[in-house]
Write a new protein. Sequence first.
Length: 498
Amino acid sequence: MSAMKNTKKTNNNVAASVVLVVDDEPSICWAFERMLSADGHEVLTASSAEEGLQIARARQPNLVMLDVRLPKEDGISALPKFIEATGSPVVVMTAFGDLETAVSAVKNGASEYLIKPFCLDEAQRVCNNALTLRRGKPNAPSSPPTTQSKDQIIGRSPAIQQAFRQIALVAGSDLSVLVTGETGTGKELVAVAIHKHSRRASKPYLPVAPVALNPDLIESELFGHAAGSFTGATSDRAGLFEKAAGGTILLDEIGDLPQATQVKLLRVLEQGEFTRVGETASRRCDVRIIAATHRDLHQAVLEGEFREDLFYRLNGLHIHLPPLRQRTEDIILLCIHFLQQLDYTHPESAISEELEAELAGRSWYGNVRELRNAVYHAAVVARGRPLSISDFPDAQPGRVMLADGDSSQLEIQFQSWLIEQTSTKHAGGLYERALAAIEPMLLRLVLDRCKGNRAKAAEQLGIHRGTLREKLRKYGLDEPEQTSGPLSDMPTRHLPKS
């Protein structure tokens, strides 16, 4: 089965139904037939949209599983015909689709969007959910998606495909969305895509980074103020929530929002209203909120820096964008996309396999944004010829980026140290050297936070007190040492270079 992975099948209580599977891969049809038949469903199969429509009109299935890529008519164009013919839910299946395909499927009435490869458990869950939908009540077809913009999201990696699916499913609702990921991964592009494909697309889209606003005026910027409410407020002024009426607001780096403003934002989410600074009367608010951050908000909640109730209200749907180093299969697609933006000569052949391997080996601390700038730089230097690694700017050196509670940044620092270690002539014994680099730092930090109490430190570390004593002796730390502060303030020297 090329598009499915075997997993343990679960039972369900869905009534026996007729399911039509339209896919030109016999293995997919066989897998669905085996899985659904075991639950008592009758399974019909077809290898083309034309054949599937004939069966659908004759047998009136309770569910249609429809592949996008079919021999003649594709699944997206045939989707409305299946809905009209059966009035039943249609689940669209595709391997490596793009965002426009996902949005088009949902807008044209698909009840779900399933990405290949998928495991049997996931496929069964989707089928069961679709079969519980009332016949005759599928998603109503909507207008076709708008033209693709230059700032579209590019990628075929599983993580990006999952993001496409989530964007398509959430765009038609007013659910709040939390987008997370490192700087430069494309969080704002996700917000723009959600707005563009929503019912609010004709209304304003306003991105704002609260951390960039004057701390004393942040509430005025967001909610507006009345004349005379503070020094310099010479007239009434509408805030961003009024200016974005009916549209969407992106609150970028939401983790840096002051506590007092968090309370007012929570009121907007829970009651749909706000109050201008200097006024007592509330104003209604019809705005969709998308929040983005590179921080671990759950950790910020645990540390008392972010309100738990606000976190759960913002986290209606969570979309995480992985760093570029974790989806290297997308690098060549992104490079071609950026070259196309520049109208570069033959962008598809401008990057050799050797160059692709070189680019995949970089850490890309700035993620997609850094890659884009590097490609623009290389295109200017190459002047139309195929690109080479010498055309690109030098890779960024290792950096210390330890944001509070952000373990991904710790990974970046350690990767920098690792690259430096493996590039030396004596790269043996790497495991022991890595432990020697990290363990003393960890022991010092925990002891410091426990004020030298070894019993408490051993408990936090999850090791026996005797084991802790032996490790302290091993690293010459018998006497508890006081460090300068939390992990985020630790200087680079605590990761040795040799």
